[in-house]
Every structure is written in structure tokens, then in C-alpha cells.
Write a protein that binds this ligand. Structure first.
Ligand SMILES: [Zn+2]
Length: 375
């Protein structure tokens, strides 16, 4: 029987950034699952570039993986972010000072290795009904695989444990993630005759200043479980203009916001639309459009939910909130209890420092084994 470190090392060796097919990772998991008598249901699809991606739903012996309404899902994404070219050992697992290093070690192949090891160590015929292991594709580029499971109505779990590195603390709440692209149009002219043109950059500047001022009203709606306790806004990129002596005809920027749970995820989108309308009314030459690219609400499971209490008791750690987005946002609108949990620290993820403590893998394995058994 393979140890959790051996399973994780096998998984790290598989290139799995979101652009390539996740089938090799799914196949490693399928071999383990079949060995334990589990049945698997593959839901393949082609991604935007035509590459095959696979979501997988697995059920213990005697249970039907095609059932949509299930009780408890352990969910894990199968993709990683791309790694830097300088990190030559990214796919070469290295055990050093009690840590296992490699791309995906904590985000989130560590959790997957623990799930597979827990299944290997359990008597799968004795697992409770309505239990599922679900593997998803393309989480790192916008929870695409998980969103497909919902859109296809393939899965309606009552409770979920979603793998992400939380240093073994059960996370019962998280902010959402929303992204929009804003385009501002002007009219090009020779910069010696600015009155003949309309500067898209000046107009974008007015719009951006008004968006910055949304921070005031947003800060009045707070959620004390988060730091910062309110919805935050960021304009992360901007581009515009073609040359120093041309009045710019186009300016474009990305607007991102992270809504607190309980707040509508489109609050910043609607406010920006209103600002655009106000600027247009005061100047008919003002022309702008906001296009929504992502809209994921925050999630929150109540502090006294049985799944939260059980996870707290098993880990000996109290529940936290997480500042990063996860698949919890996709399922929380209908799942009753959702927690995010896993070994490793997200602060090492998405970097060449990525690693996971072997001691945390062992603890996660024990917790997951107990959670599976308890159902
Ligand atoms: Zn992740």
C-alpha cells in the first residue's frame, strides 16, 4: 500500500497546469479508486482551446456514482498554476526538513493524496451512503470544471469538504471573487488640436476616481469574521492610448472586487453602471461599457453547523475565514454545509516555495479518514 508521501510524489511528477489535460491526474486517482472497489463516472469536456478536461465523480462500492443528490462530497481540483521556468525541480518532489516540495504540493495535490490514502486505509464497503469523491478541472482559471458540474445538474451535495491549503484549519466562510473589464472610448486627434478629439484616458480617469470613492460606502457594510471586514475593490491593470502626440481613442482597465458573504456579488458592477450613466448624462461625449467576466459570491456556513463542529473537534482547531476564492462559492448557494480544508499553507502556494509538512499530511489523512467513516 502506497504511503501518502509516495502518492503525493506520484501526483507532483504529473505536469498539470490548467492549460494541459488533467486526464493523467484523474487516471492516477482512478487506479487507486478502482483498487478499492469504487466506481467512477467521468464527465469529460473540451476546454476553450479544444483540450480534453475531465470532471470525475467516484462512489464507494455498492453506491451509484450517477446519483445527483448526495450527502457528503469530498472535492478536489486537479490543476495547478503554471510554475516559473527557473524552478527546475517543480515536478521533482523533494523531501527536506520534514517538508515535501514540488508544484501542487499544497495547492492541492496534498489534499488529493490524503483522500486517496484515506480510501486505501479504509474498508470502502463500510463507508456510509451518499458519500462521493469529486475531482474537478480548471479551478485555477475560474472554477470552470465545478461550474460545469452545477450547470449540467450533475451534482447536488448536501454537505461538502473542499480541499485547499488552510493549514488544517476548517474554513467555514470566504469572500467571493468578481472581475470585470471596463472599456472607455474617446476620439483620436492630433494632440496639437485636443479640442478636435475626446480623450479616453481623461474620461477613464474620472470613472476610476468615482470607482475609488465606492470604497467609502462599501466599508459601511461589514462582516466581522473577515480582515478587512468589507468588500474590497482593485483596478489591477490599465492600458490606453497609442502615442504621446495622439489624443487617446481607447482606454481599458480591469476591475476586481471581493464581496463579503451575504452581499450580492454584483454590487460593484451595478454601482459602476450607475457611475457610467451619471458621467454620460453630464457629458454626452462620455462613452464607456463594463463587461462582467467573473461573478462568484462569498460563502458562509454557520459556526454551529455539525460539519464545522466535527471538523473543529477532529483537527483541534477553530474555524476560520479564507481570503482566497474557491469552489465553495460555486456550491454554497444550494449546499447546506460547506467547509474548505487541507494541509499546507496557501502562502507558499503559487510560488517556487510551495511545499507541505509531512506531519500535516499525516494529520489531514487521519481527519479525512475519520470524516469519511462518520459520513
Ligand atoms: Zn487550489
Amino acid at each position: 500500500m502506497k504511503s501518502v508521501v509516495e502518492l503525493l510524489s506520484d501526483l507532483i511528477r504529473i505536469p498539470s497546469n490548467s492549460a494541459v489535460s488533467n486526464r493523467p491526474v484523474v487516471e492516477v486517482a482512478t487506479r487507486v479508486l478502482h483498487g478499492a472497489g469504487w466506481s467512477v463516472r467521468e464527465l469529460p469536456y473540451k476546454d476553450a482551446a479544444g483540450v480534453e478536461k475531465v470532471n470525475l465523480i467516484a462512489a464507494p462500492p455498492g453506491q451509484d456514482a450517477a446519483n445527483r443528490d448526495v450527502d457528503l462530497v469530498f472535492m478536489c481540483h486537479t490543476d495547478t498554476v503554471p510554475y516559473a521556468a527557473e524552478w527546475t525541480a517543480a515536478l521533482d518532489p523533494l523531501l527536506k526538513d520534514g517538508n515535501l516540495h514540488g508544484c501542487g504540493a499544497c495547492d492541492v495535490k496534498g489534499f488529493l493524496a490524503c483522500l486517496l490514502a484515506a480510501i486505501l486505509q479504509s474498508d470502502s464497503t463500510k463507508l456510509p451512503g451518499g458519500l462521493r469523491l469529486v475531482l474537478t478541472a480548471e479551478e485555477e482559471i475560474g472554477c470552470i470544471g465545478a461550474s460545469r458540474l452545477v450547470a449540467d445538474n450533475a451534482l447536488r451535495p448536501r454537505r461538502m469538504i473542499i480541499g485547499e491549503p488552510t493549514s488544517l484549519r476548517p474554513a467555514r466562510a470566504g469572500k467571493g471573487y468578481c472581475l470585470a473589464e471596463v472599456t472607455v472610448w474617446g476620439k483620436e486627434a492630433h494632440s496639437a488640436h485636443p479640442q478636435q478629439g475626446v480623450s479616453a484616458i481623461y474620461h477613464a480617469a474620472r470613472l476610476i476616481t468615482a470607482i475609488e470613492e465606492l470604497a467609502g460606502p462599501l466599508a459601511t457594510e461589514t462582516h466581522s469574521f473577515f480582515e478587512p471586514a468589507f468588500t474590497t475593490v482593485n483596478i489591477g491593470t490599465i492600458e490606453g492610448g497609442t502615442a504621446k502626440n495622439v489624443v487617446p481613442g481607447l482606454c481599458r482597465f480591469q476591475l476586481e472586487w471581493r464581496p463579503i458573504p451575504g452581499q450580492s456579488p454584483n454590487v460593484v458592477f451595478l454601482a459602476t453602471e450607475r457611475i457610467i450613466e451619471r458621467l454620460r448624462r453630464s457629458n454626452p461625449a462620455f462613452r464607456a461599457e463594463i463587461k462582467l467576466l467573473r461573478q462568484q459570491p462569498g460563502f458562509e456556513t454557520s459556526a454551529d453547523a455539525p460539519l464545522v463542529r466535527t471538523a473543529e473537534a477532529l483537527t483541534g482547531r477553530s474555524a476560520i475565514s479564507i481570503p482566497f476564492g474557491s469552489e465553495a462559492s460555486i456550491f454554497s448557494p444550494f449546499a447546506e454545509e460547506v467547509i474548505v480544508f487541507g494541509p499546507g499553507d496557501m502562502r507558499t502556494a503559487h510560488s517556487s516555495r510551495e511545499c507541505v509538512r509531512v506531519a500535516e499530511l499525516d494529520q489531514a489523512l487521519n481527519c479525512l479518514t475519520a470524516l469519511m467513516k462518520a459520513g
